[in-house]
Design a protein around this ligand. Structure first.
Ligand SMILES: [Fe+2]
Length: 142
């Protein structure tokens, strides 16, 4: 199971459920700016980062992630293990996060909105059927 719901993280207060426009005011730290139209990662407000950090006994980075088009198969750079995600807006009715092994899909999940979950991001995965902006919060080991 590369996708798992987790219950140790708190519900995200609605004041952090921001519009795309508000999120785009934050610093985009995704290193490949050519892919802005597909994927961007924005630094979350300090208050939100602090709130999330309290749930971890190791340092974490909290980002808003915006996906606007399908993301091809990849493994996340420089991250081992899992990251934690919370989807505010799914970006379509049937957006699927899929995990691959040897060219075969081994798991395909339609992640529900506003449910904290972990994703195993050091195995190949992609995101398909993104119709409009998919907005989530993502937390990973610093
Ligand atoms: Fe990824």
């Amino acid at each position: 199971m590369y996708y798992k719901e987790v219950d140790f993280l708190p519900e995200v207060p609605s004041l952090f459920d921001l519009s795309l426009k508000e999120i785009q005011e934050f610093e985009n730290v995704f290193p490949h700016k050519d892919y802005d139209h597909t994927f961007a990662s924005y630094v979350a407000p300090q208050e939100l980062s602090d709130y999330i950090q309290e749930c971890f006994d190791y340092p974490v980075l909290t980002r808003y992630q915006v996906i606007r088009d399908k993301v091809p198969v990849h493994t996340d750079l420089g991250i081992v293990g899992v990251k934690y995600n919370y989807v505010f807006e799914s970006g379509g009715n049937n957006v699927r996060t899929r995990f691959w092994d040897m060219g075969q899909i081994v798991e395909s999940v339609c992640v529900q909105e506003k449910v904290w979950h972990s994703l195993q991001i050091d195995v190949p995965h992609d995101v398909t059927q993104v119709d409009n902006a998919r907005i989530s919060l993502t937390v990973r080991h610093e």
